[in-house]
Design a protein around this ligand. Structure first.
Ligand code: KG4
Ligand code: ZN
Length: 325
């Protein structure tokens, strides 16, 4: 069974071929360089670039997988949430291709696809009570889940997403866009001031909030007119990342005290962050939980996760069960 996954929810045009959960190709083309000067993704530019790139990314993806288009059995496309123009380009491409090839097209959820990334290229059971965490540039959400058809939101950010906060503060401190991966590289635990960006509010809920510490980082920058030594700057950015990760871990701990789960599944662009990964590994070791983290290549938006989830959802909708290892 060959599944073509199509992901165009933001700036990445990604088409991948997956056989059950085994990735045969993961082709990602990004228009990120065209957005960098604006400090964020410009929806109009992203949609137009998807239109330009879809055909060649599709050909490249089939070539890498070593199959022709007639071999495809199912098309899975991300249909929400995301930038509406960008999503529509992907959905219409999927539907036209499905019509031309006489194939079923399944529309899937972007955030669930981020979580499915942890199940690519392995045969782990899916249908187990779990805590899910999506941390990306657009979302920060916590779920109770059992399989992918039984998912309940426990909490979500009330303002910025974790990636968005990292990007905005990093950009202010001169790192450009997107700053998340660069802060990750610069991060130095020995320079962290743990109190500096401690998030104190929202103790009574599983919702997140990052805008308070983002504003604080902005004030600090203004107070000093942006004049910092290199070490000071790394210290501030490391403390900021520490504050974000600590808030996430605190919310997971709270959720674990309320819900009985056997494992934690994490996905989204920020799941590539080394300190967050280490913190989750440590937490799961202490709590004796199993941790599902995607390979770095499948943390950010990609068609493989869309294809894997599409195959799973298609089987469930046909009553074929989730035995798709
Ligand atoms: O999941 P994604 O590719 O797109 C959305 O659905 O939003 O996530 C992109 C976000 C950006 O904010 C980016 O800065 C962040 O993920 N990101 C990282 C890292 N790699 C990507 N943040 C922290 N550490 C990283 N290594
Ligand atoms: Zn995403």
């Amino acid at each position: 069974m060959y599944v073509l996954g199509i992901e165009t929810s933001c700036d990445e045009t990604s088409l991948s071929v997956v056989n059950k959960r085994r990735v045969l190709s993961n082709t990602v083309w990004s228009s990120l360089n065209l957005h960098a000067e604006f400090g964020g993704v410009i929806p109009e530019i992203a949609s137009r670039q998807h239109l330009k790139s879809l055909s060649f990314v599709f050909s490249r993806s089939l070539e890498k997988a070593g199959i022709g288009k007639k071999k495809i059995d199912l098309i899975s496309v991300v249909s929400s949430p995301g930038l509406i123009g960008s999503l529509l380009v992907g959905i219409n491409f999927a539907r036209a291709l499905g019509y031309a090839l006489g194939l079923p097209v399944i529309e899937i959820d972007h955030l669930k696809a981020h979580l499915f990334a942890a199940f690519l290229n392995n045969r782990s059971r899916i249908n187990v009570p779990s805590l899910g965490l999506v941390v990306s540039g657009g979302h920060t959400e916590l779920y109770w889940m059992q399989g992918f058809e039984n998912v309940r939101v426990l909490g979500r950010t009330r303002d910025d997403a974790a990636g968005e906060a990292l990007d905005k503060v990093g950009r202010l401190y001169g790192l450009g866009y997107p700053a998340g991966p660069l802060i990750d590289k610069l991060f130095d635990l020995s320079l962290v001031n743990k109190r500096l960006f401690e998030i104190k509010g929202l103790k009574h809920t599983l919702d997140f909030s990052f805008s308070g510490i983002k504003t604080k980082a902005g004030y600090m920058y203004k107070q000093r007119n942006g004049r910092f030594s290199k070490e000071e700057k790394i210290g501030i950015l490391s403390s900021f990342q520490y504050g974000i990760v600590s808030h996430i871990i605190e919310k997971i701990n709270s959720a674990l005290s309320q819900y009985k789960v056997r494992r934690i599944i994490c996905g989204g662009g920020v799941a590539a962050n080394f300190f967050l990964r280490q913190s989750l590994i440590e937490l799961c070791r202490r709590k004796k939980l199993r941790l599902f983290l995607p390979d770095i290549a499948y943390c950010s938006d990609n068609g493989s996760s869309a294809a894997g989830l599409g195959f799973y959802m298609y089987n469930m909708s046909k009553g074929l069960g989730n035995n798709n290892q």
